[in-house]
Write a protein that binds this ligand. Structure first.
Ligand SMILES: Cc1cc2nc3c(=O)[nH]c(=O)nc-3n(C[C@H](O)[C@H](O)[C@H](O)COP(=O)(O)OP(=O)(O)OC[C@H]3O[C@@H](n4cnc5c(N)ncnc54)[C@H](O)[C@@H]3O)c2cc1C
Length: 379
């Protein structure tokens, strides 16, 4: 068993760390306040190749292995969870359905555009169907050489900026997961509109919107996979996406630990630095240990994916543990900051808000436990 990264993985991690410290960190507080990622930063991310992380080199991407990808995600999340999720949705759930299930012609036409930075989004959730995604109600009616989509998609990350939307919809009049189909829909298709932007607790830099579909006509060639494969495609996309969320949680957690260490070394109480207090040391030790455990789970899931091994259970474990551990770490970091942890002057207040959603999206903690339980009961 190896516990070292190869040269390429180290280089990508270090380059991302430098990029994120230089280009993202100075803007992170403002992006949280305004709820916007500046176009200039998106252009820099694009030029640096962050929108091509997963995309194969033949289409202009970097084709990273999952471990390298995870290290990059952690470094982005270390500085801004909102910027991180924009990049990861584009490179995981926005990428995989097309790369794994689109026709060769569709891939050749669209993957280079996505790798070059036209942004992708993933539209499964609806106002009345989240964890129970098979209950989705949006419809896709076949009409000669096309499908006509109607309905509403909720919580669409990147929705305001996306050029492409992976959309799940079902044959009218059906229920269950067998009549759900996946489509790639281009933004300017008539009938597709952004209906509402959510006003969120955290991750405020990332845009999360409701997308309405009103008679959206999609050519049959833009169906991803066979008819009825949409649910399976979405679930396998989420398996990979969950590894990214684990690394994202890890990045936010690491930010919390680093800020807590910095603060504990300098803040004086009872005539000595907080870091000299055994109770504070115990908190710091617990934070570091939890994050290392989360890192090992995330790396194992990534390694299995890279080896072509099944990784559904391991991805769910990594996402479950990393998101919950990072939540505990954020809570302790805030506690170590005392009152200063509760105000925007110090970044832990933002991390505390940002980390919360990692227990919710791409499958809540409860759903990860269902996935894990199902797997171990079948073993
Ligand atoms: C910021 C943000 C970004 C998002 N981005 C996207 C995106 O890009 N694309 C997309 O498709 N979706 C996205 N989502 C949606 C997200 O995946 C859902 O919010 C999530 O799956 C939960 O669904 P829900 O909100 O409908 O909650 P519900 O499914 O209604 O669940 C409510 C509560 O009940 C629990 N619960 C539900 N079923 C069970 C059960 N069987 N056993 C035990 N507990 C259960 C849940 O765990 C949860 O605690 C995003 C959400 C957020 C907040």
């Amino acid at each position: 068993m190896e516990f070292t990264f190869n040269e390429n993985q180290r280089m990508l991690r270090d380059m991302t760390r430098d990029f994120a410290a230089r280009e993202i960190a100075p803007l992170a507080h403002t992006m949280d306040a305004t709820g916007e990622i500046p176009d200039a930063l998106i252009a820099k991310l694009r030029d640096a190749g962050f929108f091509g992380l997963s995309y194969p080199p033949q289409y202009g991407g970097l084709g990273l292995d999952t471990i390298a990808y995870g290290l990059v995600v952690e470094e982005l999340a270390r500085q801004s969870a909102g910027v991180c999720i924009m990049v990861t949705v584009h490179n995981s759930v926005g990428y995989y359905p097309l790369a794994g299930f689109g026709s060769a012609e569709l891939q050749a036409a669209i993957l280079p555009r996505l790798a070059a930075g036209e942004i992708a989004s993933f539209c499964v959730s609806e106002p009345h169907a989240g964890s129970d995604a098979a209950a989705l109600a949006a419809t896709a009616r076949r009409d000669q050489d096309a499908y006509v989509l109607d309905g509403a998609k909720a919580w669409v990350t990147n929705g305001s900026r996306a050029r492409f939307f992976v959309v799940l919809a079902r044959t009218p009049g059906t229920t269950g997961h067998r009549d759900i189909h996946a489509f790639l829909v281009e933004r300017d298709t008539p009938g597709l509109a952004v209906a509402k932007k959510e006003d969120k607790l955290g991750l405020r830099a990332s845009d999360t919107v409701v997308v309405s579909l009103d008679g959206v006509r999609v050519p049959a060639g833009q169906r991803l996979g066979e008819e009825g494969e949409g649910f399976k495609i979405a679930m396998s996309a989420l398996d990979g996406g969950r590894i990214g969320v684990a690394f994202q949680a890890l990045g936010i957690g690491r930010a919390c630990l680093e800020e807590a260490l910095r603060y504990a070394r300098t803040r004086q109480a009872f005539g000595k630095p907080l870091a000299a207090q055994p109770v504070i040391q115990q908190m710091l030790a617990d934070m570091a240990t939890e994050l290392d455990a989360a890192r090992l789970l995330a790396l194992r899931a990534a390694w299995r994916k890279d080896q072509g091994e099944p990784f559904t259970k391991e991805a769910a474990m990594a996402k479950l543990f990393a998101s919950e551990a990072a939540g505990r770490v954020a809570d302790l970091a805030l506690q170590i900051h005392g009152g200063y942890g509760y105000v925007k002057e110090y970044p832990v207040e933002r991390y505390y808000r940002d980390v919360r959603v990692t227990r919710i999206y791409e499958g809540t903690s409860e759903i990860q436990r269902l996935v894990i339980a199902r797997a171990i009961l079948q073993e």
